[in-house]
Design a protein around this ligand. Structure first.
Ligand SMILES: Nc1ncnc2c1ncn2[C@@H]1O[C@H](COP(=O)(O)OP(=O)(O)OP(=O)(O)O)[C@@H](O)[C@H]1O
Ligand SMILES: [Mg+2]
Length: 256
């Protein structure tokens, strides 16, 4: 598989399916990948059967646009969209699929196992992990947490989310002990570096990536996606402490 992948130019828009396919084909990254399939009726039915929560995402989506969460609860399906506060309720799978098909027919979508990456007070969060190639080696430039606004299904600052320092997430929002933090940090580092080492050969001219990561209530680390053109304005720049932002800006000047 590895040898068969063609290099991709930076100008090409990233496809979530393609990146997932690369991550899946290496054991060291596959272990962090939630179940993910191209959205079609068969995969939809199978994924809903297997998972209590699923996320639907445009294959070439950005800034959390067009994201849909579906939850299965006692005979009902609850659906939320990233840009609406409304909750839709469906009492059968055919009626659910009929609406989903309409909302997603304009572009290719993926369906992904939902990760319960929530704080103690039930707010969604994820981790934005920025990696750069310095002197030929991938290093982690910075990790920040993105906290979704209460009740929201995504975490981006474009839809009400707030970037916060990882330390603050661990202590104030997750109540981790020092031991928990060390344990999670070790897994996180392994996950990020494995992901970029696996994806980067496909984008040989790319010297930076950002891995979006979920962390569930069992402290398991999951890759949502790998971004090949990561911006730092909507996340690291918004932290009140600008150290990480400045560090990444500096690393960008020497990365290649
Ligand atoms: N499988 C999942 N389980 C739970 N939450 C998810 C899942 N996939 C995505 N999300 C939530 O939706 C957000 C956006 O997902 P993703 O990063 O894959 O798409 P995107 O459109 O590229 O978004 P962005 O540009 O904001 O990072 C994530 O930051 C996360 O909060
Ligand atoms: Mg993302």
């Amino acid at each position: 598989m590895k040898g068969d992948i063609m290099p991709i130019t930076r100008s090409q828009v990233k496809s979530k399916t393609m990146v997932a396919y690369i991550l899946q084909s290496h054991d060291k990254s596959n272990i962090y990948l939630p179940d993910i399939e191209v959205l079609n009726q068969r995969n939809f039915e199978e994924m809903l059967e297997k998972h209590e929560t699923v996320y639907l995402k445009p294959d070439r989506g950005r800034k959390s646009k067009g994201i849909i969460r579906i939850r299965r609860t006692e005979g009902l399906y609850l659906l939320r969209k990233s840009n609406e506060e409304l909750e839709y309720k469906f009492d059968s799978q055919p009626s659910l699929w009929s609406s989903v098909r309409q909302w997603t027919s304009h572009t290719r979508y993926v369906i992904q196992q939902g990760i319960n990456s929530v704080t103690k007070d039930n707010r969604y969060f994820d981790l934005r992990c920025h990696a750069l190639r310095i002197h030929g080696e991938w290093v982690i430039g910075g990790i920040c947490a993105r906290l979704g606004s209460p009740g929201n299904i995504v975490t981006t600052s474009h839809i009400g989310g707030t970037p916060i320092l990882l330390d603050s997430l661990f202590t104030d929002f997750l109540g981790y002990s020092k031991e928990d933090q060390d344990q999670v940090m070790e897994i996180l580092q392994d996950c990020i570096l494995n992901a970029v080492n696996v994806v980067s050969p496909v984008y040989p001219r790319n010297w930076e990536f950002a891995v979006d990561i979920g962390l569930d209530t069992d402290k398991r680390v999951w890759i949502y996606e790998v971004n090949n053109e990561p911006l730092i304005r909507g996340n690291f720049k918004l932290l009140t402490d600008k150290k990480l932002y400045e560090k990444i800006r500096y690393l960008r000047t020497i990365a290649k």
